[in-house]
Design a protein around this ligand. Structure first.
Ligand code: ADP
Ligand code: MG
Length: 254
């Protein structure tokens, strides 16, 4: 993995603010008083044991999950019941999932054009032009007429990243994007994410790829049992974790 990438991209401008966010699934308290402020251009890695609430937390940011208490603000828009606000926030936030979630019956090109054409009324020709540009950027240009099932897992995940970028988000959320991949395909996806980080994209990545965290993240957040237990710059986080729970987790994965 490359050396630490230039870390001067993060700015003072706040793009995500979570204040005392609480969420329950029935009686199960899944997010406990989450406070998180993300600056424009910041790259954050979120780690923690399975079931600690990482997915739930980032899914609350684009309202794939609903929080019950506290405030979430994205680019100045408050996330509440107002459908207009939710739509506005979803325009800003792209998401990539562990299980690529491509439409299996559509070609790669159609997968990328679908939302811009149907949700944004973009003319098809313009959507194709944008799609091709992003497919080239993730190194998949020549596969545009294939179906997802004809591509490797690593290629499908790169397509999923390109598809999210076609909606021109200002923030990208990644939920364990390499966890479903065979080991030899992890690097090609991480390389695309590193390139994206270098463009100054604000990124929140749930991942256990610790070399990625060390070289790309401005900040690492450790979650356990619905809480943010510890956060720090990567070097300090890995080399001198403060909390017992963090130390235990790191000893299990490193
Ligand atoms: P992580 O991503 O850290 O593995 P999740 O956010 O997926 O954790 O889940 C946190 C906890 O909430 C887990 O105990 C999980 O079983 C539970 N959970 C997740 N989604 C639901 C749901 N839709 N209904 C009930 N419980 C859920
Ligand atoms: Mg998860």
């Amino acid at each position: 993995m490359s050396a630490k990438i230039e870390s001067n991209i993060a700015t003072d401008e706040t793009v995500i603010e979570m204040r005392n966010v609480n969420k329950w699934y029935g009686s199960f308290h899944v997010l406990k008083d989450i406070n998180l402020t993300v600056a424009k251009g910041e790259r954050i890695v979120i780690c923690g044991p399975s079931g600690s609430g990482k997915s739930t937390m980032i899914r609350c940011i684009n309202h794939l999950e609903e929080h019950q208490e506290g405030e979430i603000t994205v680019n100045g828009t408050r996330l509440d019941e107002n459908l207009k606000n939710i739509t506005h926030i979803r325009r800003e936030v792209g998401m990539v999932f562990q299980q690529f979630n491509l439409f299996p019956h559509m070609t790669i090109l159609d997968n990328l054009c679908f939302a811009p054409v149907w949700a944004r009324n973009m003319p098809r020709a313009e959507a194709e032009e944008t799609a091709l540009r992003y497919l080239e950027r993730v190194g998949i240009g020549e596969q545009k007429n294939k179906y997802p099932g004809q591509l490797s897992g690593g290629q499908q995940q790169r397509v999923a990243i390109a598809r999210a970028l076609c909606m021109s988000p200002s923030i990208m959320l990644f939920d364990e994007p390499t966890s479903a991949l065979d080991p030899e395909m992890i690097k090609e996806v991480l390389d695309v994410m590193i390139e994206l980080a270098e463009t100054g994209m604000t990124m929140l990545c749930v991942t256990h790829e610790m070399s990625f965290a060390r070289s790309v993240a401005d900040r690492v957040i450790f979650m356990d049992e619905g809480e943010i237990v510890e956060e720090n710059a990567p070097a300090a986080f890995f080399d001198s974790p403060r909390m017992d729970r963090t130390q235990k987790f790191l000893s299990q994965i490193l």
